[in-house]
Design a protein around this ligand. Structure first.
Ligand code: B12
Ligand code: SF4
Length: 536
């Protein structure tokens, strides 16, 4: 075998395909904006920066271009990484690479959670690459041809590398990710983040973040940057140090970026923080709301959400110019026949357009999974997706015996999805968002970006404005927002574009869930549960 550590080793890095039917794969919006896929593969760009820099790299993201035989012919080694929904595509690529004689290195979230499923890879480099890639390289130097590398140590983010953003074409993506912190101080029962990354959020230094922004700027990226942190405000003290520096840098560079991130809802307790986020043009924040029911929040240990009226919290975030995207879960223990109605009201009343309502999924290595195992209620010891249509938490989930009859939960699920993705309900929420949002609008798009936005606007107007189901709603909503809160217009158009995806995606989910219901009914629920146990 070639000495892989030598100069010029050709390393093929592959981001495998996600399904077009995932909630998160808003391909229609990508087409409208001229991109091919929503988010750049930050994990793999980071991996490229951790591997020997004397190597040559080629990154193929199957979501934006095809992976061809010539790519394998070129490569000396193949690196793969990804999430649960990419499991089948990753396993296929391992086999393909082997056919071309390439050794395969696998890492990232799903291989870390379930390494046994990736046993066909030559090197399993698990956990945080900053810690385990050096272990793998040490073995490579010794000529070791296979191995599994893991560690209980966590990466020191203050010495994290700058990702190799130069390996992607920015125009292929709507947004590029930057990571400020890992981990979250909270302790939600179903969460695997705290198991994977710990409860003490580790942040990069402010200088590291400025360096990353500067590098992206020099490479020519403009527009949307997503802070991919598990909880951006997990370490409030540090985040309040970095935000003023981002503001200073943005001012100097004429605001080339606007931002989005993920945060716990207690961000609304800190108006200074909200103002700091507004000052640098944060436009979207994903908040895990999970359920409007305080009793269930208590039971799942999501304490920061208890006694927080959601509409008030969302209104406050809107008043600082940020659109709230919400995560919700159905399938908690002890839900009742009132739960679906409460969830629909919560989503409608708060005007959250992008509401990701998932079914509870006991992810590998969580407190929930361990409890369900103890209670003899967990179906699977690992989550295999072979031959299934499991794409995300909307298509899969409920991998355990539910406290309510499963059929009731599934029927409620359909009721929620039907209601919130009904065109009239969705456009009511767009109107609410458009009227309540007070955007900062600091980002200064270039002339070509303005032309692209105008082109995107005309495409959305053609698609949504002349559609049988949304035409009237679209124009009425836009005129309403234009007259009452013109600054909210851009957000309203963006949300209308998102609905083009959600309308199709929700139909797909309803259809799939109906089939699941039919199949359970044909077995009988007890038989179904037995069959699932037998499979595990
Ligand atoms: C941003 C993000 C997203 C974004 C964008 C992702 C993208 N690029 O397409 C969006 C919103 C689209 C998304 C969606 C989903 N996500 Co997501 N996402 C994240 C998040 C918050 C950050 C990812 C990131 O960029 N991290 C920063 C980089 C630097 O870290 P990294 O990718 O883990 O890479 C490091 C290591 O893993 C390792 N590594 C990674 N790859 C490789 C490869 C090799 C060869 C090696 C050696 C090492 C290695 O080295 C890197 C440096 O340490 C993570 C949580 C997290 N903390 O990572 C969840 C996470 C990855 N997502 C997760 C899930 C489940 C999903 C969804 C299925 C969720 C859903 N609700 O349905 C969807 C599916 C997406 C789809 N398109 O179908 C899970 C994955 C769990 C699992 N066991 O697979 C995570 C871990 C969150 C969680 N709750 O557990 N996600
Ligand atoms: S707030 Fe979010 S990231 Fe933090 S523990 Fe809860 S679910 Fe996990």
């Amino acid at each position: 075998m070639k000495n892989l550590l030598e100069k010029g080793t050709k390393c093929l890095i592959v981001q495998s395909k996600f399904s077009a039917f995932s909630f998160w794969n808003y391909i229609d919006v990508c087409e409208i904006t001229g991109a091919k896929y929503p988010a750049a593969p930050l994990g793999l760009l980071t991996v490229a920066a951790l591997l020997p820099q004397q190597w040559e790299f080629k990154l193929i993201d199957e979501n934006v271009e095809s992976l061809l035989p010539e790519h394998f012919e070129w490569a000396d080694i193949v690196c793969l990484g990804g999430m649960l929904p990419q499991q089948p595509s990753m396993i296929t690529i391992i086999d393909k690479a082997h056919k071309y004689g390439c050794p395969v290195v696998v890492g990232g979230p799903d291989p870390t959670s379930q390494p046994e499923l990736y046993h066909s890879a030559d090197y399993l480099v698990l956990g945080e690459g900053e810690v385990t890639i050096p272990m793998f390289l040490e073995d490579l130097e010794k000529g070791v041809t296979s191995g599994r590398y893991k560690s209980d140590d966590r990466a020191d983010m203050t010495i994290a590398v700058v990702p190799r953003f130069d390996l992607i074409r920015f125009q292929d993506y709507i947004m590029v990710g930057v990571q400020y912190s890992r981990g979250c101080p909270f302790n939600c029962e179903f969460c695997d983040i705290i198991e994977l990354y710990g409860r003490k959020p580790r942040t990069k230094t402010s200088n590291q973040i400025i360096k990353e922004l500067q590098y992206l700027y020099e490479l020519g990226h403009r527009g949307h940057i997503d802070f991919v942190d598990d909880n951006f405000i997990g370490n409030k003290k540090n985040v309040k140090q970095v935000l003023p520096l981002i503001k200073e840098w943005s001012e100097e560079h004429k605001y080339p970026y606007y931002f989005s991130t993920e945060s716990s809802i207690n961000m609304t307790d800190d108006e200074d923080l909200l103002q700091m986020m507004k000052d640098v043009d944060f436009r979207y924040v994903f908040v895990g709301i999970e359920t409007p029911d305080d009793e269930i929040l208590k039971q799942t240990n999501k304490r920061q959400n208890i006694n927080k009226p959601i509409t008030e919290a969302v209104d406050k975030i809107y008043s600082y110019g940020m659109i709230v995207n919400g995560g919700f879960i159905l399938g908690f223990d002890n839900e009742t026949d009132q739960t679906a109605g409460k969830m629909i009201d919560c989503i409608q009343d708060s005007g959250i357009c992008v509401a990701m309502v998932g079914k509870m999924y006991a992810l590998p290595n969580t407190q929930l999974t361990r409890r369900l195992q103890r209670e003899g209620r967990l179906f699977e010891s690992s989550s295999t997706l072979e031959g299934n249509v499991h794409l995300d938490q909307m298509t899969s989930g409920l991998n355990f015996i539910t406290t309510r009859p499963r059929l009731e939960v599934l029927k409620d699920y359909i009721t929620i999805i039907k209601n919130i993705y009904d065109p009239k309900s969705f456009y009511d929420r767009i109107k609410y968002t458009g009227l309540h949002l007070k955007p900062a609008n600091k980002y200064r798009p270039s002339f070509s970006k303005i032309l692209m936005s105008l082109n995107a606007f005309s495409k959305v107007s053609m698609k949504a404005g002349f559609s049988k189901t949304t035409g009237g709603l679209y124009w009425k909503t836009l005129v309403n927002v234009l007259l009452k809160n013109p600054k909210g217009l851009e957000a309203a158009v963006n949300m209308a574009a998102m609905f083009i995806h959600f309308q199709k995606q929700s139909e797909f989910i309803i259809d799939l869930t109906n089939k699941e219901i039919e199949s359970i009914m044909s077995y009988g629920e007890d038989e179904f549960n037995h069959a699932m146990f037998a499979e595990a």
